[in-house]
Design a protein around this ligand. Structure first.
Ligand SMILES: Cc1cc2nc3c(=O)[nH]c(=O)nc-3n(C[C@H](O)[C@H](O)[C@H](O)COP(=O)(O)OP(=O)(O)OC[C@H]3O[C@@H](n4cnc5c(N)ncnc54)[C@H](O)[C@@H]3O)c2cc1C
Length: 470
């Protein structure tokens, strides 16, 4: 692309104001769904704006095939709205699905079509309005206040004027448009790779299970993948699959392989990655047919509407959660969630390695409210995978259960701010925490957890294990 592009000045435009809710949520992924439900349930007139024709973000649009663990290995850490939505999906997924996964809370396979309907019904039932097929491409900001956002859809361009704005775009689009400082990727600009996830039918799970048992290699098929790589039947890079998410005995979802060098905030990169990702699936399908018993007749049913994106912007907020907070399992006075998922950074290129660091079973760290408050803006909150953290912590916080928890906190805070007539920094945090726990969230055992400054625990061992990753 040309460095120096020609420009065109667009004449000043007068736009209609299409909506004036108290709270507007931009983005209908895990974060935005929980935020909209929480804001509406807590009494705020709420609008959710989503560029696609359904909700779910990476979990439905990119076909990410499973929810990461809700538990710390002993008890659920993510509860409240996020846990409820997952349980509702399980119940609606039918008898076969339930017979396989009823009591499971970790690595629960996603039935994307069922999940879309659950999200439709739960968000609308909460009282939040939903506007699909609508993209936000401009923020009207004056000083510390956002005055409105410009939305674009088939009806034309218009302005949504709200009291409070929740950025749940996963990419911190609103924050970036509003001039909030952010980081993207590592020191060299490196980013975690994308993955084009996919769904296959025509499988024979019993035959596959016997193969796994006989080879003793586990569901990540490490030996088989590496054999195929040596034979030139799979490209170098990720030496395993992320597990197979079985929806029935003949249908499963895959998170397999990487596309490198993709910046998810650039349309050109997303385009390249979509084409490369689909090409890679063709190779992977040939591999499954040839190497994996039970997959001889595997038929590709669907690939992601877009490549799965693990990492883009991280805003600079009032507090930046860093790896030391994670490793020392720190708690903060303003915790709004707990996280026990491991640091899971996928290689930035086919040569570098994967970084995984785990907390001990039963342990977690706090996620402070301040991580969601972008510097310089009073009526904007950013939740989900682009909150203020360093890169390793982003590699852990980014997963869907955490996004639900942060979304619930952001939505609840928005409703409280709307009622009090304040910005997000005016929310009384103890009252927010009380409301979150009353409404099902888990903020840890506060007496055991300790407060900010007092690191809890002696630091986790950075055990490296490769059982599941996402
Ligand atoms: C390949 C891959 C595998 C993963 N594996 C797992 C896993 O196994 N388990 C797990 O729990 N997590 C997994 N993750 C992480 C997880 O899926 C995401 O980090 C999480 O979904 C982020 O949620 P979110 O709501 O913050 O953002 P997203 O899911 O990205 O949702 C953002 C939403 O905002 C919309 N949007 C964005 N910009 C705009 C705009 N300007 N205007 C209007 N709408 C907009 C998008 O369409 C989207 O619906 C994986 C991620 C990837 C990429």
């Amino acid at each position: 692309m040309n460095e120096k592009r020609a420009t065109v000045t667009i004449p000043q435009q007068e736009l209609p104001v299409s909506y004036e809710p108290e709270v507007v949520v931009i983005g209908g992924g895990a974060t935005g769904i929980a935020a909209a439900i929480a804001a509406a349930r807590n009494g705020a007139d709420t609008l959710l704006v989503e560029q696609r024709g359904y909700m779910g973000g990476m979990g439905t649009a990119a076909l990410v095939p499973a929810f990461c663990p809700y538990t710390d290995g002993e008890k659920p850490v993510i509860r409240g709205i996020g846990l409820d939505l997952m349980e509702k999906m399980k119940q609606a997924a039918g008898d076969v699905y339930m017979s396989m996964h009823k009591d499971r809370l970790d690595w629960v396979p996603i039935d994307a079509e069922v999940l879309k309907r659950i999200y439709d019904s739960e968000v609308t039932r909460s009282g939040a309005k939903v506007l699909f097929h609508t993209f936000v491409d401009q923020v009207l900001a004056e000083g510390e206040q956002i005055q409105g956002i410009v939305i674009s859809n088939k009806s034309g361009r218009s302005v949504v004027r709200a009291k409070l704005y929740i950025d749940a775009t996963g990419d911190a689009d609103l924050a970036a448009l509003a001039g909030v400082p952010f980081h993207i990727g590592g020191d060299e600009g490196e980013l975690q790779p994308g993955t084009m996830c996919f769904l296959v039918s025509g499988l024979d799970k019993d035959r596959y299970d016997r193969f796994i048992e006989e080879t003793g290699q586990g569901g990540q098929l490490s030996e088989t993948v590496q054999l195929a790589q040596q034979n030139g039947d799979l490209p170098e890079g990720r030496k395993r699959i992320s597990g197979t998410a079985w929806l029935s005995k003949s249908v499963a979802g895959f998170n397999f392989g990487h596309v490198f060098g993709v910046d998810g905030t650039k349309a050109e990169d997303l385009t390249y990655a979509a084409i490369e990702g689909r090409k890679l699936i063709e190779t992977q399908l040939r591999f499954l047919h040839k190497y994996v018993p039970g997959f001889e007749n595997a038929h590709l049913v669907h690939s992601g509407d877009q490549i799965g994106i693990r990492e883009t912007r991280r805003i600079v907020g009032d507090y930046t959660l860093v790896v030391d907070d994670f490793m020392s399992m720190r708690s903060f006075e303003d915790d709004i969630a707990r996280n026990s998922y491991f640091i899971d950074i996928h290689l930035a290129n086919a040569q570098s390695t994967m970084a995984i660091k785990r907390l001990p079973k039963g342990r977690s760290h706090g996620v402070p409210y301040r991580c969601m408050l972008p510097q310089g803006k009073e009526n904007l909150i950013v939740a989900g995978r682009s909150v203020s953290s360093d890169r390793p912590v982003q590699g852990s916080l980014r997963v869907m259960p955490n996004c639900f928890a942060m979304g619930q906190a952001a939505g609840t805070a928005a409703a409280m701010a709307a009622q009090a007539g304040t910005g997000f920094r005016g929310v009384r945090v103890p009252a927010l925490q009380r409301r979150l726990t009353e409404q099902g969230a888990w903020l840890g055992d506060r007496s055991e957890a300790g407060a900010e400054g007092a690191a809890v625990g002696t630091g986790a061992t950075a055990a490296i294990r490769f059982d599941e990753e996402c």
